[in-house]
Design a protein around this ligand. Structure first.
Ligand code: GDP
Length: 463
């Protein structure tokens, strides 16, 4: 049972037009009456009806001596149609850290307790207004750094993931019921039939879980951004490419080979997708130790990248260094840019296609801007073409959810195996039930208190 009243500053700390103090719980209205003085009709403040209909009331927050702390607007929202499903009061004051802290302190002395991180949202969850995955979406929404991350958090908040998970759980439940009936009333004649129908149902569940798992691949790209490593010999135009993609000149461009000594990392937004760009020193045989560090780092970033952009100077024949790069990136997802295509070409698309089959090749010029938009097309294609081609699949961005889906998939695979071996039904049932419970942890139905606490501890204060 939750019966105390909590309060916190809900807006970011700093200077702003408006700051908000939020209060939730049974005593919210009593506290409001104690701290708020109406400019309109003070005698009405005592009555709930004065605030009903979520009317914003204009007045002041005063301290215990009736001294004005700030000029405010206040609203009282009666349970259950509120964020927490409890009585909620919000006080809109000036966006001053001092005003916010003073009002909060006053509210706390009038009977509220300082809210823990994420406690408002936790109450919304405990009061059944949101399920756990929706509550987590609130946090993702707040911290989203790209349109796509925001969009996927919003659809999760709308319950899209929960719906997908519930559908699969319903299928698993049907299987569990079918099994229980057969465990309780074993009949040798129908045993064979049971195994056959069981396999069919389990394979169907597996297929649906795999779809959800695919949504997680896209989700990872959306959450973490696409890791792109830009590689190529010195002076081919890597820094110029970075600048083009970032839309401003933050990387120094020079004509001296080897100026990009270390790797440089920047975050760009391409078509609403967060792209983490790493510009490498290029792979060169060198005795220069500083440059060597850069080279080691660039090899490392090749291994961890989701996508490699290999820049070639189309105006010069390939060199030994290029051969070395090609060797390193053979098994990676690669886009080759035949850059400086405004100059006389010495390297053709066909030649590169032979060198690196499977790579996408684009003619570019960092000077004229040719081919830049095609790079955007390819990035978009990578994120949406591969993983989400199945159409209606849900994107899964939360690592906790992904782990649960993967483990549920393992359990179902285990169940399929034991069913094929015609093991006793109660053995198979263990794995099937496990998958059911694991999926329930996504929406919070079967989640332990520890995990729930851990989830909300990652929230910011006042949410
Ligand atoms: P990096 O060493 O690979 O990072 O190469 P930079 O981006 O520093 O470019 C090296 C030189 O090539 C600079 O003088 C650029 O202005 C020039 N450059 C880069 N891209 C192009 C291009 O597409 N066409 C032409 N003509 N010059 C380019």
């Amino acid at each position: 049972m939750i019966n105390d009243t909590i309060a916190a500053i809900a807006t970011a700390i700093g200077e702003g037009g408006i700051g908000i103090i939020r209060i939730s719980g049974e005593d919210s209205f009593d506290i409001l009456k104690k701290v708020f003085r109406s400019v309109e009709k003070q005698e009405e403040v005592e009555k709930e009806s004065f605030f009903l209909g979520r009317k914003l009331r204009y007045g002041h927050v005063v301290d215990s001596e009736e001294e004005i702390i700030d000029e405010v607007l206040a609203v009282y929202m009666k349970a259950p149609k509120t964020y927490t499903a409890e009585d909620v009061v919000e006080i809109y004051c000036h966006g001053s850290v001092v005003a916010l802290r003073k009002i909060l302190r006053r509210v706390l002395t009038c009977g509220a307790r300082l809210a823990e991180r994420g406690e408002f949202t936790k109450r919304a969850f405990l009061n059944g207004r949101l399920d756990l995955s929706q509550a987590e979406a609130v946090m993702d929404l707040i911290s989203a750094r790209s349109d796509k991350a925001y969009g996927s958090a919003m659809s999760q908040l709308q319950g899209e993931l929960s719906e997908g998970v519930d559908i699969i759980r319903k299928f698993i439940l049907d299987v569990l019921v079918e099994m229980t009936v057969n465990i309780d009333y074993p009949d040798e004649d129908i045993e064979e039939l049971t195994y056959r129908s069981l396999i069919k149902s389990l394979l169907n569940i597996k297929e649906q879980l795999e779809k959800l798992r695919k949504g997680a691949d896209t989700g990872k790209l959306i959450r973490e951004g696409l890791g792109v490593t830009i590689i190529g010999r010195p002076n081919v135009g890597k820094s110029s490419l970075m600048n083009r993609l970032l839309g401003e000149s933050r990387v120094i461009v020079t004509d001296i080979a080897g100026t990009t000594r270390d790797t440089i990392e920047e975050s760009a937004n391409i078509r609403g997708i967060e792209v983490r760009l790493t510009d490498t020193a290029g792979i060169r045989r060198t005795e220069d130790t500083i440059e060597k560090i850069g080279i080691e780092k660039s090899l490392e970033s090749i291994n961890t990248a989701d996508l490699i952009i290999y820049v070639v100077n189309a105006g010069e024949a390939l060199t030994e260094e290029d051969e070395k790069i090609i060797e390193e990136i053979q098994y990676k997802k690669v886009i080759i840019l035949l850059n400086k295509s405004d100059l006389d070409k010495k390297v053709s698309k066909e030649y590169m296609a032979e060198k690196l089959p499977g790579a996408k090749i684009i003619l570019t010029s960092m000077k004229t801007g040719e081919g830049i938009s095609q790079i955007g097309d390819e990035v978009e294609n990578m994120v949406y073409g591969g993983a989400v081609a199945q159409g209606n699949s849900v994107t899964v961005t939360n690592t906790r959810h992904i782990a649960l889906i993967e483990n549920a998939l393992l359990s179902i695979n285990e169940a399929i195996e034991t069913t094929e071996l015609k093991e006793a039904l109660d053995i198979i049932e263990i794995d099937v039930r496990n998958a059911y419970d694991l999926l329930g942890e996504i929406t919070g139905e079967t989640t332990s208190d520890d995990i729930i606490n851990e989830v909300f501890a990652r929230f910011c204060l006042g949410k």
